[in-house]
Design a protein around this ligand. Structure first.
Ligand SMILES: [Zn+2]
Length: 244
């Protein structure tokens, strides 16, 4: 923490202080994270990052709330239908934890349109590969972690890209391969994966535990089977190949 910062709210965080430590809690307060996508994954991811006391959250989504979002996008209520997700989420997260700073961008992150503010970490909670790859490229260029999560049906995956240390998203899923995702799922699945994404961010920022680096965690929630797939970097990767 810096001189002049308000003291930590010890009572609010007393349940996690034995886990992250007081130093870790101070690191969280001094940290910033961008959560891109405020849907099924972004709702729990942003909520738990806010709950943990990450000092600055940048939340980004260009969509408005639709009634069909409500089975899984827990930031929103029926009365929010039609409102911009970024605005509703900012209000909800700010009232949930008034000691953090939340800034909202109500636009899609498309190349050249939204300048992603500098943060310590990017959480990619989006539903399309184009944006995932764009976020991966930004994270690699900035040398900051990229937390990648995705769901489909009763399945989910998670990995953390640490530029220069692990394979990047483009190493494992080259962007020139066309992939379509329907994204149909339940709120339980997005809750599990979104919660894991937040926890990876919390672990990295507070330096508690080891993040999911260098492997893909696969979660078959239909059969409750979890596995790790070791990831190999592509030495010719056009995104991260020059870092090794
Ligand atoms: Zn790569």
């Amino acid at each position: 923490m810096e001189q002049g910062d308000p003291p930590l709210e010890i009572e609010r965080y007393e349940n996690q202080l034995p886990v992250v430590g007081e130093t870790g809690q101070e690191k969280l307060a001094d940290s910033s994270a961008a959560v891109v996508g405020l849907g099924g994954l972004g709702s729990p991811a942003a909520t738990y990052l806010a709950a943990a006391g990450v000092g600055q959250l940048v939340i980004i989504d260009g969509d408005s709330v639709d009634k069909s979002n409500l089975n899984r996008q827990i930031l929103y209520r029926p009365e929010d239908v039609g409102a911009k997700k970024a605005d509703v989420a900012k209000a909800r997260l700010s009232s949930f934890n008034p000691s953090i700073e939340v800034s909202a961008i109500g636009e899609r992150v498309t190349k050249g349109e939204v300048q992603l503010p500098e943060t310590d970490l990017i959480v990619g909670a989006v539903d399309n590969f184009e944006t995932r790859h764009l976020l991966n490229e930004i994270a690699v260029a900035r040398g900051i972690p990229y937390v990648h999560g995705a769901v489909e049906g009763l399945n989910g995956v998670l990995t953390v890209v640490l530029p220069g240390q692990t394979p990047c998203l483009n190493c494992i899923l080259p962007r020139n391969v066309d992939r379509k995702v329907a994204g149909h799922t339940t709120g339980g699945v997005t809750g599990v994966i979104g919660g894991l994404m937040a926890n990876e961010g919390i672990k990295f920022l507070s330096q508690a535990g080891d993040v999911a680096a260098g492997y893909l965690l696969t979660c078959d929630l239909g059969h409750l089977e979890f596995d790790r797939i070791h990831l190999e970097r592509n030495p010719n990767c056009e995104v991260c190949g020059n870092l090794f």
